[in-house]
Design a binder for this molecule. Structure first.
Ligand SMILES: [Zn+2]
Length: 476
């Protein structure tokens, strides 16, 4: 099988990466993955990102399978190269098991029987862990450790999962797909120890044998402070960019019951978006991205108010658009837009959550001024276009912006509900090829021209926008 022209366009951001390239994409298209989820909601994001990445066959099984037909319709519209069905794992090469710790324990038999290399992804509330088990011994050790953990909480945990569990579920879905792509292509390193994550505190670490049981206890227990009343239904979040980062950020916030989402983008849906931009689909190619995204989000959450701004952000319109929102998610891939938003959010007193992705790498930080550092504290000036690679030039693994966009959505929910520890004064980096997260402190710069003690920037500046080839410049 050689790739058809449409497939080359569709998977372009993968094909231009030397680790994937045409033969790698062909291998993805020829592979089959079995996804076993506690519910459709638990597994949906793994399925969307598997389909976007061009995994040829997705065999699914769910403990609770209501709502499978709409998911299948969505997946077929996202990528007709992909076959999806309720089926066993017989003709699969890899498996994903995704759900609560108790669900993983209930699947013990299925995980170890006729063993296949498996991604085990467990979540509870804001927290979770993911491990790639390449042999039965690794799976048995993980299951033994889970069985030894204390019994998960009951009713409270279930109610709690409905809302805040969304972020960890979505996050582990995208993370699982990143691991599957590396397994299929035999590139990089998968996370063969449990990779623990806590989206409430934004901590990520590989577990050692000593802290493994502590992590399991933590995942199985739900603490009262994790279950505070939410105020998400009154929250208004502006998402600038509805591509690779904006899609997952909007998905998770809509699924978590946010009240209002504003979407800003001036682009239209193209086939090369569909390896990662899960809100869009083949039948909506050519439609403005904000409208395509609104169609998806309203279906996901009919109570949601979606405001669309089919325009580019400029210094003339930015304050009017920001005015109606509590939090701004910056999901753009170019520095002029990021600097414009940094400065505008500073003057308007709005918190903003930034992220960037390229190839297998991502980063994210939350900017809450004047207390915390702003973007200019780390990067005083807009870098010249020639010095910065973009996704359109160097590619991006489809699931990568998913992972980072879900981090952004969790930060937005925390800002709105006043919970947890933000990425304020911290930046999280993901080296996806080696499944490593690194969190670094960021300080305010004494000489920052915007937020320092002697500012020289007192109003919005001229931000040099790259307008040529706009369509190719908007990845992620
Ligand atoms: Zn600053």
């Amino acid at each position: 099988m050689i790739l058809a022209r449409e497939q080359i366009n569709r998977y372009l951001r993968h094909i231009i990466m030397p680790e994937i390239s045409g033969p790698g994409q062909k291998k993805l298209l020829e592979s089959a993955v079995f996804v076993c989820g506690e519910s459709i909601e638990a597994a949906a994001l793994a399925i969307y990102y598997l389909a976007a990445a061009g995994i040829g066959r997705i065999n699914c099984r769910f403990e609770t399978a209501t709502g499978f037909d709409p998911l299948v319709a969505d997946i077929r519209d996202l990528n007709s190269d992909v076959a999806i069905a309720l089926a066993g794992s017989e003709d699969s090469q890899f498996r994903i098991f995704i759900g609560s710790p108790e669900f993983i324990v209930r699947q013990s038999e299925n995980i170890t029987h006729d063993f296949l290399p498996s991604v085990i992804a467990l979540q509870n509330g804001w927290k979770g862990g993911i491990e790639v088990c390449k042999d039965p011994a690794a799976a048995e050790a993980l299951l033994a450790a889970l069985g030894a953990g204390q019994q998960p909480a009951g009713v409270g945990a279930k109610e709690h999962l409905l809302q805040y569990g969304v972020f960890a579920r979505c996050f582990s879905g995208a993370l699982s797909v990143m691991e599957i792509v590396k397994l299929v292509l035999a590139i990089g390193e998968t996370t063969d120890d449990l990779l623990y994550f806590n989206l409430l505190s934004m901590e990520f670490r590989k577990s050692s044998l000593q802290d493994f049981s502590q992590i399991v206890d933590e995942l199985c227990a739900v603490k009262p402070e994790d279950c505070q009343e939410t105020r998400l239904e009154n929250g208004k979040v502006l998402i600038v960019g509805t591509g690779g980062l904006g899609s997952p950020a909007a998905y998770a916030l809509a699924a978590a019951g946010i009240g209002t989402i504003g979407l800003v983008d001036y682009d239209v849906v193209e086939i090369s978006n569909l390896n990662r931009q899960i809100l869009h689909s083949a039948s909506r190619i050519g439609m403005p991205k904000v409208e395509s995204a609104a169609v998806f989000l309203k279906r996901l959450n009919p109570q949601l108010t979606v405001n669309v701004y089919n325009t580019s952000l400029t210094k003339e319109n930015v304050f009017d658009i920001l005015a109606g929102y509590d939090v701004v998610i910056v999901a753009v891939d170019n520095f002029p837009a990021r600097f414009l938003l940094n400065d505008a959010c500073f003057f308007a007193g709005k918190p903003m959550i930034d992220a960037g992705v390229i190839r297998f790498d991502g980063s994210s930080m939350t900017i809450v001024t004047p207390a915390g550092p702003c973007y200019r504290c780390t990067l005083p000036k807009i870098p010249s276009a020639g010095n910065v690679p973009s996704c359109s030039e160097t590619g991006v693994l489809g699931a990568l912006p998913g992972i980072m966009g879900f981090i952004q959505s969790a930060e937005a929910a925390k800002l709105l509900s006043g919970q947890g520890r933000l990425l304020r004064g911290r930046v999280v980096y993901l080296d996806g090829l080696f499944s490593r997260f690194l969190t670094l402190r960021l300080n305010k710069a004494d000489n920052c021209a915007l937020c320092g003690p002697k500012p020289t920037i007192h109003e919005l500046q001229e931000y040099e926008f790259v307008c040529a080839d706009a369509a190719e410049q908007t990845a992620p």
